[in-house]
Design a protein around this ligand. Structure first.
Ligand code: PA5
Length: 318
């Protein structure tokens, strides 16, 4: 977050875009979910579309701003989407640490936000997120102001100790239960369910289901009537300031308990949506790393992603 703040607004685009498209995969693609979550709750914000695919949506045109995000700069799906953005003459901003995309930005003079090199892509989320929000702010379509971003950094620093303790409690609970994990939440925090799932997948090497209300109450809720297995453990992520959210989670808790599922409730902290999202991400991310350590696993190693990346060219073409 600190590094992102230092570079805040150094890059911007002149023309107000029709829509903002954010394309990327995995830890880089998740940045788009955060920007969407923040933009959605703001009046008169620019429409934000998230695309985690090798094909750009057909409606993306030269009127739009496309953020191409790949921490490594070498993810094939993202490079493919980038080439389509280039061919359609869209405004492009590249967010990367290195690789093919960094070279493209430099050789073609494409606006670039370069993030720190040599860390796991998913751990660069705060810097990449602040990179995108800073560019948007400097382009006259602000979703988050620099002041709000700076306050969020202070807030996270103040709450770091508590987050580490709470993350440890969460990891111990999950490890003692040894059950499959559900991350359940309510809108507008669906991104925390997605990010939490990704973190527990990649760091702790476990599968995770996400349940997000109120949509959950229109399908998943029925699935919990007759599951084959009842050995799930649900982490409930709730915003204590959101009355409807609290009631939704209370109702979810009843349904889980009827299905024989134990729950652990995590309360979000923060004065703004940005702070709540960052706090929730920190908590779930730390818990996933602690769980990996408790299981004797290396949180940084993602063997099967490497396997996929070695054959992706054969799957989607070069
Ligand atoms: O966190 C990870 O390691 C992955 O989810 C990567 O982000 C994903 O494989 C895409 O790679 P990159 O972020 O380098 O484009």
């Amino acid at each position: 977050m600190e590094r992102g703040l230092k570079k805040w607004g150094e890059v911007g685009v002149r023309e107000k875009p029709r829509i903002v498209v954010i394309t990327g995969m995995g830890g880089s693609g998740c940045v788009g979910d955060y920007v969407y979550a923040l933009a959605r709750m703001k009046d008169n914000s620019v429409p934000v579309i998230v695309s985690k695919d090798y094909k750009l949506p057909g409606f993306v045109s030269e009127k739009d701003l496309v953020f191409v995000i790949s921490y490594s700069g070498n993810t094939l799906e993202t490079i493919s989407a980038y080439k389509q953005a280039l061919a359609r003459n869209t405004n492009i901003v590249i967010i990367t640490s290195d690789g093919y995309l960094a070279k493209e930005a430099e050789s073609r003079g494409i606006p670039l936000v370069k993030v720190i090199e040599g860390i796991a892509p998913r751990t660069a989320l705060p810097e990449m997120l602040y990179g995108v929000l800073g560019v948007i702010d400097a382009s006259g379509i602000s979703i988050v102001s620099k002041e709000e971003a700076a306050n969020a950094l202070e807030f996270i620093k103040e709450n770091m100790k508590y987050a580490m303790e709470e993350a440890y409690r969460i990891a111990v609970e999950i490890n003692e239960k040894k059950k499959d994990l559900v991350i359940a939440t309510h809108t507008p925090f669906e991104v925390l369910a997605i990010r939490g799932k990704n973190e527990f997948n990649e760091n702790a090497k476990i599968p995770v289901k996400t349940d997000v209300s109120p949509e959950w109450a229109h399908n998943d809720i029925v699935g919990w009537e007759e599951p084959y297995r009842r050995d799930w453990f649900a982490l409930l992520v709730v915003d204590p300031e959101d009355k409807a959210g609290m009631k939704l989670i209370e109702f979810m808790k009843i349904i889980y308990s009827e299905a024989g599922i134990e729950t652990y409730t995590v309360e979000l902290k923060g004065r703004t949506l940005l702070e709540k999202l960052l706090y929730g991400s920190l908590l779930l991310g730390l818990a996933s790393v602690k769980l990996a350590r408790l299981r004797g696993l290396d949180p940084l190693e993602t063997r099967n992603i490497k396997r996929y990346k070695s054959i992706v060219k054969e799957i989607i073409g070069s």
